[in-house]
Design a protein around this ligand. Structure first.
Ligand code: MRU
Length: 333
């Protein structure tokens, strides 16, 4: 693929500004952890696994000149976004590594740790794709019509993707008839980013409005739904992009299989159910404009939750790099 969500090159983190896609492929280079924190807040860098990867590179850069900056950078990065547990899992792992021994408390050691973490996320994506595609192809040998939400590909993960990786692997097996991708209001990750990745991978697709999903299901145009995750509780309750819950409810009503694909770095081993998940509430302004474009100028009241929680009973399988988990889910084992 000709684009890269994020890479470490020439002593800088280089990332594609996802707010400008698909119209412009602009790369930002920085060695400033504060700039990376801002990029996560602005969704220039986004997607649960990618946020975790970026945060560890940012920590390494923060201590390049002065190791005393570790704690300050750690606290700053923790505050960027609240829902994706990958951010906290990644930062906590990096902190554990940093304090494990004095030889770990320098830029080169932490940079190497960041690279290893990044590589393991790439590896997890490949395994998720394999596990998911084998599971799905065992049920059907005809090309499938797939519904997905938000963006779960390379842009969100640094690897081939989670739900998107499964789709990619199914396509390699000639098992994709079409992918319907929800536009994903309000920041249009589906319309802008999934369309970009689907096109780059030559996968047949159509973007639909989020509110079209139930109608497509009713018309029997969907064989299964697959989405990613930002945080999975021990009982399988899953936080993902706002709109995921209604897709799951609609899938249950129409007897359509509903799958979640995510690495184990998206599992929160500290919470037993989804009601403990903090859901990010973003600026109401995001509903009225995108980038430079404003839809309206009149002041309107709005509520803008970025994620919702899908209860485990609506999920038919959770596909991780380890295996395909079936209900009843219990990640405490
Ligand atoms: O607000 P975003 O764009 O960071 O939200 C991303 C999602 O909700 C994705 O579906 C999720 O992180 C899974 S990505 C592999």
């Amino acid at each position: 693929m000709e684009f890269s969500a994020l890479k470490y090159e020439n002593d800088k983190l280089v990332f594609i500004d996802q707010t400008k896609l698909p119209d412009e492929e602009v790369y930002i280079q920085t060695d400033n952890y504060e700039r990376i924190a801002e990029a996560i807040e602005r969704l220039e860098i986004r997607g649960a696994p990618l946020i975790g990867i970026a945060a560890i590179y940012a920590l390494a850069l923060a201590i390049k000149k002065n190791t005393d900056e570790f704690e300050k950078a750690f606290e700053r990065l923790r505050k960027t976004r609240p829902t994706a547990v990958n951010l906290f899992n990644a930062l906590d792992q990096a902190k554990k590594f940093f304090y494990l021994s004095e030889s770990n408390q320098n830029f080169n050691a932490l940079l190497e740790f960041a690279r290893e973490y990044h590589n393991s996320e790439i590896d997890y994506c490949n395994k998720i794709a394999k596990n998911g595609s084998e599971f799905i192809s065992a049920k059907s040998n005809k090309p499938l019509r797939i519904l997905t939400h938000c963006n779960t590909g390379s842009l969100a993960t640094g690897g081939i993707g989670t739900a998107f990786g499964v789709i990619l692997e199914l396509k390699r097996k000639n098992l994709v008839e079409i992918v319907y991708a929800c536009e994903t209001r309000p920041l249009l990750q589906g319309l802008r980013l999934s369309s970009f990745e689907l096109a780059k991978n030559e996968i047949p697709y159509k973007i639909i409005t989020d509110s079209s999903a139930a109608f497509l299901m009713q018309k029997k145009l969907i064989d299964f739904v697959i989405v990613g995750a930002d945080r999975i509780a021990l009982n399988g309750d899953t936080a993902n992009k706002i709109g995921t819950y209604s897709l799951a409810v609609n899938s249950k009503y129409h007897s359509i299989q509903f799958y979640v694909a995510a690495p184990s770095t998206s599992i929160d081993y500290n919470i037993t159910s989804g009601n403990k998940i903090i859901i990010e509430e973003r600026s109401p302004g995001e509903l009225f404009h995108f980038g430079k474009h404003s839809f309206i100028t009149t002041k309107i009241n709005a509520l803008n939750f970025a994620f919702d929680i899908t209860p485990n009973e609506l999920i038919d399988a959770i596909i991780t790099e380890q295996k395909v988990f079936l209900p009843p889910f219990d990640f405490s084992k």
